[in-house]
Design a protein around this ligand. Structure first.
Ligand code: MSP
Length: 610
């Protein structure tokens, strides 16, 4: 079935003057070429290369060091409560935001929910609720999960917020004034779950959507259209001049080939959907969910006390440094959204990163397919640190990754209970027994001429680079290598026997403990973006307060923080090993075992010398 488009009203500029201009426009009203010569670039493109190589006129000047780091997650549909796939993007975003804060950046981390459109209205009706009530409940479920997962967002935007509505309408009017909206009839196959008209050639048998495996429905509507095709050349130029705009780099080819294959205008209103923002001057139509939700990235900047208008919102933080999204919504973010912003004369975000999918049995985990993994259940059973760590460490950020409970338990036990928890616990145990929990010397003195310190410094630098390039799994790996090196060091030096020898040997052993604890201190800072709670527990075991932990910066990963005379806390396990359910053992027994373990010292963390 070929889609059919019929123009009925061309360029409907009935309520805005064509000489529209605004201080918000950094360019003239078409605004594409005239800033080229005024761009400044950061002098060292190799550092943080992902965030500062924009060269197109619609891109803001290369990020100045005092610009906030603005990071967004997708605004999640509230047709159903969150699942692990939706939590994944947000966990990654939180780790990136925490890392940027550690670097000393002012961060604006935007999260939120996408609450309009047909599928939300249908979901509300199915629950016997009004759309408003339904959105309140599900949006609250997202907020609650974010809290349980220690997601420290700065703004939570709901697209049903009245201020957001004002921003969407103003944006729509700007695009209209720019001559980019027209009215036409449209007939095509629509996937309600994607909220998108589809090309017949991209569909499976029986016109099924390849993502949701459900048949698309034939729709015929009289809609308003956005003239995306007008931006074909501009988008092509923008992407070729700013290849880092789409990340990971292999996704850029995909975006470029979509554009090359020819951009078609898309409908930005729905005549058949009531649950949405009315089109300005035509309340028989509502604005298409994507033309509404993407604006949430801008309306999120509005403060409680501020009047809602585009200029205020934009000047409070736009453009975003990074939109983190899943690969299924790349076209909306890397094609539609930049074109919409160009039309409205606004700066483009600096980067769109499309990560892969969490799969279950090879299929994308999702609300529509009903094969989801329950994040609340995972958090309740294993704690937020384990959940955050597993998904960030196990799935290479950008690629797909499959979940298996065995793998989850093995990884988390090996890395968190054994490599990190055990090392800390055995070292503090030895320090308590032999040094009254007091450090003998400064860590700088303890490590004089010691290669271990160089190893730690190299690994922590590696972790920094990996975080900056969003290689979150490799960042975790580099920090874990510090733990592995620490375990090797302590096993090779065997301080427990050196203490028994007394004299110089015991002095060397006391220095070895300082060295390991200094490494633990560095691990606690370097892993804190991924596991804030666990790292706080490590930090407090090292005798620091929570305030000191919160005030730590990446600069504190430099060797030399621990001082002679500093008193460490009593050894207490920082991560309880997860017990695997054995055959014949019921779940309740295992749960009991786990909660007992949480109270007691787990087996894996008994003192080495015991
Ligand atoms: N509402 C739109 C986004 C609008 S942003 C202005 C939307 N919502 S969604 O709830 O369907 O999906 C939100 C995000 O969750 C998408 O980035 C999507 O890729 C991600 N995920 C949903 N299932 C996923 C997996 N199974 N794995 C990883 N991410 C997945 O699209």
């Amino acid at each position: 079935m070929a889609a059919r488009l019929q123009f009925s009203i061309h360029n409907s500029l009935w309520f805005l003057s064509s000489s529209f201009s605004s201080p918000l426009h950094p360019f003239n009203s078409r605004g594409f070429h005239n800033l080229k010569n005024r761009l400044h670039f950061r002098p060292n493109p190799s550092r943080a290369a992902l965030f500062c190589t924009c060269k197109s006129s619609n891109f803001p000047n290369a990020e100045a060091s005092n610009d906030p780091f603005v990071l967004t997650t997708p605004l999640y549909y509230v047709n159903a409560p969150p699942h692990m796939g939706s939590a994944y993007t947000t966990i990654a975003a939180d780790a990136i935001a925490r890392f940027q804060r550690l670097l000393g950046k002012k961060v604006i981390f935007i999260a939120g929910t996408d609450e309009h459109g047909e599928k939300i209205a249908t979901a509300a009706a199915a629950r016997g609720s009004s759309p408003n009530e339904h959105c309140d409940v599900i949006s609250q479920a997202y907020k609650a999960l974010w809290e349980d997962l220690d997601i420290a967002y700065d703004k939570f935007i709901r697209t049903t917020d009245p201020k957001h509505e004002v921003i969407v309408k103003e944006f729509y009017s700007r695009v209209l004034a720019n001559g980019d909206i027209y009215r036409a009839d449209y007939e095509g196959l629509y996937c309600v779950n994607c909220e998108e008209y589809k090309d017949e050639k991209e569909l499976l048998d029986n016109n099924c959507c390849p993502m949701h495996l459900k048949p698309c429905v034939l729709r015929k509507e009289d809609n308003y259209f956005f003239a995306l095709s007008k931006y074909q050349t501009k988008l092509e130029e923008t992407l070729s001049q700013n290849p880092d705009f789409v990340q990971p780099s292999f996704r850029l080819n995909e975006v470029q080939s979509w554009i090359k294959s020819g951009l078609r205008d898309f409908s930005i209103s729905r005549a058949s959907v009531d649950w949405g923002i009315p089109v300005p001057n035509d309340d028989k139509q509502t604005i298409y969910v994507w033309f509404d939700a993407l604006l949430g990235y801008i309306s999120a900047f509005l403060q409680e006390e501020q009047q809602a208008n585009l200029q205020t919102a934009v000047s409070s933080g736009w453009p975003a440094s990074l939109h983190l999204i899943g690969k299924d919504i790349l076209r909306f973010h890397a094609v539609y959204w930049p074109a919409m912003l160009m039309s409205a004369g606004l700066s483009l975000p600096r980067m769109v990163f499309g990560h892969g999918f969490l799969t279950k049995d090879g299929m994308k985990m999702g609300k529509s397919l009903g094969n989801t993994l329950e994040p609340n259940d995972l958090v309740q059973r294993f704690g937020s640190d384990a959940v955050r760590y597993f998904f960030l460490r196990e799935v290479e950020f950008g690629n797909d990754g499959d979940y298996s409970e065995d793998r989850f338990i093995n990884i988390v036990n090996a890395h968190l209970a054994n490599t990190i928890g055990n090392l800390l616990n055995r070292t503090l145990g030895l320090l308590k027994k032999n040094c009254q929990s007091t450090l003998a010397v400064d860590s700088t003195i303890a490590a004089e001429g010691n290669e271990f310190k160089d190893t730690v410094e190299k690994l922590v630098e590696k972790a920094r680079i990996q975080y900056e390039t969003l290689s979150l799994s490799s960042a975790c790996e580099a920090v874990l290598e510090i733990g592995n090196a620490g375990n090797l060091y302590i096993d090779e030096h065997a301080p427990w026997s050196l203490f028994k020898q007394g004299g110089a040997a015991a002095e060397a052993a006391a220095k070895d403990l300082v060295i390991i604890l200094e490494a633990m201190r560095i691990i606690a800072i370097a892993l804190s973006p991924v596991m804030p709670r666990l790292c706080l527990r490590i930090y407090t075991q090292l005798g620091y307060s929570e305030d000191q932990f919160n005030a730590a910066t990446w600069g504190d990963t430099k060797w030399g923080g621990l001082r002679g005379g500093q008193i460490m806390a009593q050894p207490k396990p920082v991560f309880a090993r997860i017990e695997i359910q054995k055959e014949g053992e019921d779940e309740a027994e295992v749960k009991k075992k786990i909660s007992k373990k949480k109270e007691k010292i787990p087996q894996s963390q008994t003192l080495a010398e015991a």
